[in-house]
Write a protein that binds this ligand. Structure first.
Ligand code: 3HC
Ligand code: NAI
Length: 687
């Protein structure tokens, strides 16, 4: 309990007022924190015994930003800008002492202070853009004045924090405290007093940039910012810092902020922020459930997935043994891992020493026996139940008792795989996404006998590997691929009915996906799971494979590719599609962009509803996370089910009924979607 209110304390130490914020877990700027700081600064300003002020935070971090839970609720005074005005107007030196992370409103508080002193491990950033916002309390006006326009634009539109060393170099902080941070801040404040330093107010600093700087910045980042509203608003706010007097600039920033904070994109991105944290909570598994150690890992299969999976462990510093059946396949797998690391090193994102360090943790082998002392083994062999069962049976006999056996299967029944061992409680699905060293999603497939400690270990492992882990239940394709199948089915049907691959792709690209389903198919290879011997020209895809148009790797697939892998619509494919439709007796029609979107996405929502009904996913926001981190769903649309709530279950159900009447039972509305439509309910409100 502080002397001002429950979360802010004011103590005077030797003529210096120490204002301490203590609002766990991250000292967010709740209404009470704002009120307490405002009161404390005013008191210190008036108290003749006080010569200077240090803003300090208890616990693990400096202020990590505005309290995101307050957005969208009625505002409470003092507002953050008003508080920062109070700080900036304080007649005595104000020093911010930063440890942990000073983020968003937290860094803005520091920028309203006269000086900033940081712990060597501190990080500072303006991550608002990641919440679909811009720094709304002076960050866009003060930061460019302090560090210059270009670095400010980069920090504000990326949201990426900088470390203390870089902050010092760019002038964001004035000193790095080598010893005790609080003592160093007190000493700094005393020095400012004794030297009679004029109060440095960032608002008084000059800022300058030509219009070309902004034009070039927009151009250089056009691809990255595509579809997002916030980055453009951030740039406009920084432009205002250059073109307007500071008070008008602050007003402009506020207007832009208010518009973003009440918009759908920011709502969506705030939803994702909380969804990403919620996903770790599994109702029947207590947070303190003991986990098993994973100090040594094994991977079976060094193909596309096995290699990528192994890299995750090597990156995390976990020694890993990778097993193949043939020397050539093993060599190829290991060479690919090395090639990936070397290419990262070439881009300057890793040192050669790091490459060698990682490779040294890898043990290639041709004998499953070498996995005997692993704590966890992940199987990534061919997608065939018989092969999986054989591998699991062997692993069960070889790997030490108590170790976890995991499968990376995309579709197969994890319960059936578990049943081929004597330890089904230790069997779990760990479904990585391709490329496994890049994609952040990890579906943790919980079998009917998987024990709670094993699920807890898998969820924790996800975090260790830098993934976002989502618990899912057993069914064909789990959450992500099962929903994807609904989209793929419709995309294929649309081709026969009247659309071209590039029409479908364009609509989904415009919606915000990184690429459409056909461009994606070409990239992955159209021959995944295809066999020449059993191919009967029964689908457009089969026909393309038979023509050796197997995707980018053969220079042709749904598209034609030039030597730079640039895609263009293919007249050959157009003819294949027209012939195929004619053979099927289909009279092709004009299909609108709106229909393409609805045909592709509404059946996915319907599948998501079934997944929730069956309990395969715990909550609709978990499905959102699967789509964002596994399939590039645009984050500014908040995830598939969040988007469905925005569109409205009733609207979607009605359209599905209409499609069902025209196109059949692929559009049969699930009981849950039907119920929400009738009751006016939302997926997000389901308990
Ligand atoms: N407001 C409310 N709650 C917050 C919060 C915030 N700004 N930041 C974190 N939390 C909550 C989380 O929801 C979580 O709650 P839970 O335990 O109930 O799930 C808890 O604090 C701990 O958070 P993490 O699990 O994320 O803890 P980490 O240690 O991994 O990370 C962090 C700490 C780096 C501070 C990270 O939480 C973070 O990035 N927070 C958001 C920072 C941010 O975006 N700030 C800008 C806010 S917008 C703003 O300031 C607008 C202004 O310009 C006007
Ligand atoms: P792949 O064909 O590239 O690799 C499989 C590897 O396993 C081959 O190198 C093969 O030699 C090896 N192998 C086969 N039997 C073995 C055995 N008994 N012991 C040791 N090694 C053996 O296949 P890919 O794409 O890596 O898929 C592997 C698994 O991952 C499959 O279950 C697949 O469904 C799943 N998966 C694939 C994704 C993808 O996008 N490719 C995505 C997510 C999961």
């Amino acid at each position: 309990m502080g002397s001002i209110n429950a979360v802010v304390d004011l103590a005077i130490e030797d003529g210096i007022a120490v204002l301490t914020v203590d609002n766990p877990p991250v000292n967010a700027l709740s209404a009470d924190v704002r009120a307490g700081l405002d009161d404390g600064i005013r008191r210190a300003g008036q108290d003749p015994k006080v010569e200077a002020v240090v803003i300090w935070c208890a616990g693990r971090t400096f202020i990590a930003g505005a309290d995101i839970t307050e957005f969208g609720k009625p505002p409470r005074d003092p507002s953050l800008p008003a508080l920062l005005d109070t700080i900036e107007a304080c007649p005595k030196p104000v020093v911010a002492a930063i440890h942990g992370t000073a983020l968003g409103g937290g860094l803005e508080t520091a920028l309203a202070s006269n000086w900033r002193i940081a712990a060597p491990t501190a990080k500072m950033g303006l991550p608002e853009v990641k919440l679909g916002l811009l720094p709304g309390a002076g960050g866009t006006q003060r930061l460019p004045r302090l560090v210059g326009v270009q670095p400010a634009l980069e920090m504000i539109t990326s949201g990426t924090p900088v470390g203390a060393k870089q902050a010092l170099a760019m002038g964001l902080v004035d000193e790095i405290a080598e010893g005790d941070l609080k003592e160093a801040a007190l000493a700094f404040a005393r020095r400012a007093v004794s030297e009679g330093r004029p109060l440095r107010k960032i608002r008084d600093l000059k800022v300058d940039a030509t219009p070309e700087v902004f034009a070039e910045f927009r151009k250089a980042n056009a691809r990255k910012f595509r579809g997002f509203e916030a980055p453009e608003a951030c740039i406009q706010a920084v432009e205002a810092a250059v073109s307007l007097p500071v008070d008008e600039g602050l007003k402009r920033e506020r207007e832009l902020f208010m518009k973003l904070v009440s918009g759908d994109q920011s709502r969506a991105q705030r939803h994702v922020f909380f969804a990403e944290r919620e996903v770790a909570r599994i109702p029947d598994i207590a947070a303190d459930t003991p986990t098993l150690p994973v100090a040594k890992a094994g991977v079976v299969g060094a193909g596309t997935m096995g290699g990528g999976i192994a890299m995750n462990f090597l990156n995390a510093g976990i020694p890993t043994t990778i097993v193949e059946t043939q020397q050539a396949a093993l060599d190829r797998g290991v060479a690919t891992i090395r090639k990936n690391y070397e290419s990262t090193a070439k881009k300057g994102r890793m040192t050669q020493e790091d490459v060698e360090k990682r490779m040294a943790l890898l043990t290639p082998s041709l004998a499953l026996e070498d996995l005997a002392d692993c704590d966890l083994v992940i199987e990534a062999v061919f997608e065939l139940m018989e092969v999986k069962k054989e591998v699991f049976g062997k692993l069960d006999r070889i790997v030490k008792p108590g170790a976890i056996l995991a499968t990376n299967t995309s579709y197969l029944d994890v319960n059936e795989i578990a049943a081929s061992t004597s330890r089904p409680e230790l069997v779990v699905g760990l479904h990585f996404f391709s490329p496994a060293n890049v994609m952040k999603l990890l579906e943790v497939v919980r079998g009917k006998e998987t024990s709670k400690p094993v699920v807890a270990t898998a969820m924790k492992l996800g975090k260790t590997l830098g993934k976002v882990a989502v618990q899912v239940g057993v069914c064909h394709g789990f959450v992500g691929n099962r929903m994807l199948a609904a989209r793929q089915r419709e995309a294929q049907k649309l081709l026969v009915e009247g659309a071209m691959p590039w029409d479908v792709d364009r609509v989904l690209l415009d919606f915000g996906f990184p690429m459409g389903p056909f461009a994606m198919g070409d990239l992955a290879g159209l021959d995944l799971g295809w066999k020449k011997e059993t191919s009967t020209s029964s689908t457009i895809r089969e026909i393309l494979n038979e023509m050796d148009r197997r995707g980018q790797k053969t220079g042709a697939g749904f598209y034609d590719y030039d030597e730079n892998r640039k895609a263009s619509p293919s007249p050959v494919v157009e003819k294949v599609i027209l012939d195929f439709a004619a053979k099927q007796g289909v009279e092709r029609r004009q299909i609108s962009d709106q229909e393409i979107l609805e045909r592709c996405l509404y059946p996915m929502v319907n599948e998501g509803a079934k997944i929730l009904e069956e309990g395969v996913a715990l909550r609709s926001s978990d499905i959102d996370i699967v789509w964002i981190y596994g399939y590039g769903w645009p984050v500014y649309r908040g995830g598939l089910m969040f988007w469905a709530d925005l569109v409205g279950p009733a609207v979607i159900a009605e359209r599905m009924h209409d499609f069902q009447a025209r196109f059949g039972d692929d559009f049969k509305v699930s009981p849950l979607l039907d119920r929400l439509a009738k009751d006016g309910g939302k997926f997000a409100d389901l308990k």
